[in-house]
Write a protein of this length. Structure first.
Length: 455
C-alpha cells in the first residue's frame, strides 16, 4: 500500500507544496498537520488588521481547512502537533491537541514547513498578562481582544525592526501613546544608518518616542499597570508591551531527527529543497537559503521565499525537477508616510563579508536624493537611493531606498539588476519608462548609478 505525503505545517510553504502537488498528481494522498486552528493566512497583514485598515481577520485567510479538503483534496488536520520524526521507520509521532490521542503516521515523503516563532528575550516578566508577541493569527487575536477589553492608553514596543515599525504605526492609529525601545544604536538594522535618519525624524513627528541603546532587563507589574525596567532609564509605566525582538526558526524537530542544520540554526536544504535525508524536504521560515551575492547560506525569513520554496517542493514531489536558485533578501516596509526597501547587501554587510577585499576595500557606495517624478509635477517627493557595488567590476551588490512615494517597485529594479549580475553601467542604461506623472527622464536609481560611475 502506498503511503501518503505528509506535511508538517499548514501555512505558506506547507500549503503551497500541498496545493502544487495535488494539482500535478491529484491521486496522491497528502496529509497536512498543523498545531494551530488556522492555515494559509497572511501573517504580513496582521498589523493592518489590528490597525483597522483590514476590516476583519477573515480577510487575511487565504484558505480554510474546509476549503483545502473540499476544493483541493488535501487532508488538513488542524490542532495536531507532530512530536517527533522517526526516519528509519518513516513515521511521524502525532498528538491531537483536542483529544490528547497519540498515534504514528507513516509517510512516503515528508515535508517540514514548521516556520519560525517570535523571540522572547530571556528576561523576567515576558509571560505576564498584557505582554504579547506578534507572529501568528492567534497572537493577533489575543492582542485585538486585549485592546477591546482593557482599552489601553500606552504601549511599549521592544525592538525596532519590521514588526516594531509596523506595530508603532498600528498602535498610533489606535490612539495609544507609543514608546519604542531598541537595544542597538540604530533602528532597522537591516539598513545602513544614513538610510533611517529621515524615518527617525518622522517617527518623532508621529509622536512615537524612540529610545536607542536601551537594554530591557525585566517587565514587572505595579498595581494595574506594567513596568518595563531598563539598564539606562527609570522604570517605564505602560498598559501593554509588544515584544518585537526578532524571530527564530522552528527547527527543533529536524534537530531531534538528526537532519543537517546550518550555521544559522535553520534547516539546511539543497537546491531541490531536500534536507540531508532524501525522503524529507523542508521549506519556509524554518530553512536557510543560498544568498546570491554572499554565495553562502543565510537565514532571512520572508513570505516570498516560503511560497517559492513550497512550490519547488511540490514540483519535485510530483516528479518534475525544480530548483530554488537563492535569495537576495529583498524587503519593503511601511513606516507611517515613509517606505523603506532593501535588497542584496548593505555596505556594512558587503565590507564584513570578506568577498570584496579582506577589509572590504573593493566595496563602493553612493547615496543620492532625487525627486520620484519630474520636479514640476504636483506632489513630487524626494527619494533617497543608495547603491552598493564592487569597485573593480562595477557589479551592483545591493541597494536601499527610502521615501514617501515610488520606493516599492524601484527596489525591484535593483533586485533584478543584482540577479542579472549587472554593473553600474548596465543599470544606468536600462530602458526604463518615463512620463512626468511617474518618473524623471533619469530615474533616481539611474541618477545614483551615474553619480557612482563618476567616482
Amino acid at each position: 500500500m502506498n503511503q501518503p505525503i505528509v506535511i508538517i505545517g499548514g501555512d505558506a510553504a506547507g500549503m503551497t507544496a500541498a496545493s502544487k502537488l495535488k494539482r500535478a498528481t491529484p491521486a496522491t494522498e497528502v496529509i497536512v498537520f498543523d498545531r494551530g486552528q488556522d492555515i494559509s493566512y497572511s501573517a504580513c497583514g496582521l498589523p493592518y488588521w489590528l490597525a483597522g485598515v483590514v476590516e476583519s481577520d477573515r480577510r487575511l485567510i487565504v484558505l480554510t481547512p474546509e476549503m483545502a479538503r473540499e476544493s483541493r483534496g488535501i487532508d488538513v488536520r488542524i490542532q495536531h502537533e507532530v512530536l517527533a520524526i522517526n526516519r528509519s521507520a518513516k513515521t511521524v509521532s502525532v498528538r491531537s491537541l483536542v483529544t490528547g490521542k497519540l498515534f504514528e503516521q507513516p509517510y512516503a515523503k515528508l515535508v517540514i514547513a514548521t516556520g519560525a516563532r517570535a523571540t522572547r528575550p530571556p528576561i523576567p516578566g515576558t509571560d505576564l498578562p498584557g505582554v504579547f508577541t506578534l507572529r501568528t493569527l492567534q497572537e493577533a487575536r489575543q492582542i485585538f481582544d486585549y485592546m477591546a477589553d482593557q482599552l489601553p492608553q500606552r504601549a511599549i514596543i521592544i525592538g525596532g525592526g519590521y514588526i516594531g515599525m509596523e506595530m508603532a504605526e498600528t498602535l498610533r492609529d489606535r490612539h495609544l501613546a507609543v514608546t519604542l525601545l531598541q537595544k542597538s544604536p540604530q533602528i532597522m538594522t537591516s539598513f545602513d544608518h544614513e538610510m533611517v535618519e529621515a524615518v527617525m525624524t518622522h517617527l518623532a513627528e508621529q509622536q512615537v518616542q524612540v529610545r536607542t541603546n536601551t537594554q530591557v532587563t525585566a517587565i514587572e507589574t505595579s498595581g494595574d499597570q506594567l513596568q518595563v525596567i531598563t539598564a539606562e532609564t527609570p522604570a517605564l509605566a505602560t498598559d501593554m508591551v509588544i515584544m518585537a525582538a526578532g524571530v527564530r526558526p522552528n527547527s527543533e524537530l529536524a534537530v531531534a531527527a538528526g537532519l543537517r542544520i546550518g550555521a544559522t540554526q535553520a534547516i539546511w536544504v539543497n537546491e531541490q529543497m531536500q534536507t540531508s535525508d532524501p525522503d524529507i524536504y523542508a521549506a519556509g521560515d524554518c530553512v536557510e537559503h543560498y544568498h546570491r551575492v554572499l554565495e553562502k547560506n543565510v537565514w532571512i525569513p520572508l513570505a516570498t521565499s516560503a511560497i517559492k520554496g513550497g512550490r519547488v517542493v511540490g514540483e519535485n514531489l510530483s516528479g518534475t525537477f525544480a530548483t530554488f536558485p537563492g535569495i537576495l533578501g529583498t524587503t519593503v516596509v511601511k513606516v507611517f508616510d515613509y517606505t523603506l526597501a532593501v535588497t542584496g547587501l548593505t555596505e556594512k554587510q558587503a565590507k564584513a563579508s570578506g568577498n570584496f577585499g579582506a577589509l572590504g576595500e573593493d566595496v563602493g557606495s553612493t547615496v543620492i536624493s532625487h525627486d520620484d517624478k519630474v520636479g514640476y509635477w504636483p506632489g513630487a517627493q524626494p527619494i533617497k537611493v543608495k547603491l552598493i557595488f564592487e569597485k573593480s567590476s562595477g557589479r551592483v551588490l545591493g541597494g536601499q531606498l527610502v521615501g514617501k512615494a515610488g520606493v516599492n517597485k524601484r527596489i525591484d529594479i535593483v533586485a533584478t539588476a543584482i540577479t542579472a549580475r549587472m554593473t553600474l553601467s548596465d543599470l544606468s542604461m536600462l530602458d526604463l519608462s518615463y512620463a512626468p506623472p511617474y518618473s524623471p527622464t533619469w530615474d533616481p536609481i539611474q541618477v545614483c548609478a551615474n553619480v557612482a560611475l563618476r567616482g
